[in-house]
Design a protein around this ligand. Structure first.
Ligand SMILES: NC(=O)c1ccc[n+]([C@@H]2O[C@H](COP(=O)([O-])OP(=O)(O)OC[C@H]3O[C@@H](n4cnc5c(N)ncnc54)[C@H](OP(=O)(O)O)[C@@H]3O)[C@@H](O)[C@H]2O)c1
Length: 253
């Protein structure tokens, strides 16, 4: 299997490039001399990330400021990125929100917003990208889902269901496009130290973002289908998925 790291130049589109996990991943790609097209909604943060990646050795860095919730903008945005990079080897979807579970339990609009950002917007992006890569009979679509999508829990089932929907969508898409030479990688991180988890109880014990990023780069290079990261989350989620519902519904998870 050809490693992306060995194919030159590596052209990567990053959606949600100011995410902590995305930034750490891009730092590795920059050091490998990749060409990067970065998309985020915060212009100031995006400019800082782009400038850092240039100094770290990226061959080419271009950016676009967009709120990815606006799906009407996606086709033009993606076509623009492909033009700027003069091609595309991989797309990496990293944007997402944890959202306010307590508010979402009371108000549908809060739940809808979480589902839109984490599920509907990625479906829009990935649909365009999959069709683009199928036409070229190559490409990698790597998407940050979550272990939270493996089983609904009372503490975060709105976020969890957005990621469950996303993971299931990606399973089906993979089944469709694998035979067309396109890789779909579902990334399921466990709790990782980023802005998203900064205030959480026990966050000092969460996974190191640079180690998570290293595993993601390796999984993309190896064209893996699903990555649990850190790896111990695979057996942990296997156990959690198999707890009988009559027991699970009594737990405070
Ligand atoms: N950290 C974890 O423990 C963990 C675990 C499992 C899965 N994940 C997933 O990994 C991904 C990255 O998370 P992270 O930990 O790196 O968190 P993060 O640092 O908070 O990054 C989330 C990013 O998403 C961006 N974003 C949110 N809504 C957007 C929108 N409508 N348009 C454009 N950008 C938008 C945010 O932009 P702003 O900075 O402008 O708000 C931010 O850059 C997410 O999908 C998350 O669900 C994280």
């Amino acid at each position: 299997m050809t490693s992306l790291a060995n194919s030159s130049p590596m052209k990567i589109l990053v959606l949600g490039a100011t995410s902590g996990i995305a930034e750490a991943t891009c730092r590795i790609w920059a050091s490998q001399g990749a060409s990067l097209f970065l998309v985020a909604r915060n212009a100031e943060k995006l400019a800082a990330v782009a400038s850092d990646l240039r100094t770290r050795g990226a061959r080419f860095v271009d950016t676009a400021v967009t709120d990815l919730d606006d799906t009407t903008q996606h086709p033009a945005l993606l076509a623009h990125a492909v033009n700027a990079l003069e091609g595309l080897d991989a797309a990496y979807l990293a944007h997402g929100v944890l959202g306010d579970q307590t508010a979402a339990e009371q108000e549908f609009t809060t739940a809808e917003q979480i589902l839109h950002t984490n599920f509907i917007a990625p479906v829009s992006l990935v649909t365009w990208l999959a069709n683009f890569f199928v036409q070229r009979r190559s490409g990698v679509i790597a998407v940050l889902s979550s272990v939270a999508g493996d089983r609904g829990r009372k503490s975060n089932y709105v976020y969890g269901s957005s990621k469950a929907g996303l993971s299931t969508f990606l399973d089906g898409l993979r089944n469709r496009v694998d035979r067309e030479g396109v890789t779909v990688l579902t990334i399921k991180p466990g709790p990782t130290k980023t802005a998203m988890t900064a205030g959480m109880k026990g966050s000092e014990k969460f996974a190191d973002v640079n180690a998570v990023a290293k595993s993601i780069v390796a999984a993309i290079d190896k064209r893996v289908d699903t990555l649990y990261v850190p790896f111990q989350w695979q057996p942990i989620m296997f156990v959690i998925r198999h707890i009988p519902e009559r027991v699970f519904k009594k737990l405070n998870l």
